[in-house]
Design a protein. Structure first.
Length: 80
């Protein structure tokens, strides 16, 4: 898949940023952030599924292209 829609990249970056915020949290703060990360992750997964269906592309290929586009564009936000 050559072209990844900007919206998918934005959603994946958002999910990665929410995941990175888990570092160092405990207790209720961790639980609340985990919920935010799961919501962001669910949103990107739903968008990937919808895009794959709309373009008749492999869902796996779409997801891998999104992850590659995001991870190659920036360092992992969880590693600081």
């Amino acid at each position: 898949m050559a072209d990844v829609p900007d919206e998918l990249i934005k959603l994946e970056r958002s999910a990665e940023e929410e995941r990175a915020k888990l570092a160092g949290l405990t207790g209720d703060e961790y639980d609340a952030q985990l919920r935010r990360w799961r919501q962001a992750s669910d949103a990107v997964q739903a968008a990937i599924t919808a895009h794959a269906a709309a373009t008749e592309a492999s869902r796996y290929d779409v997801e891998q292209a999104v992850k590659k586009a995001v991870r190659h564009a920036q360092e992992d936000p969880a590693v600081e």
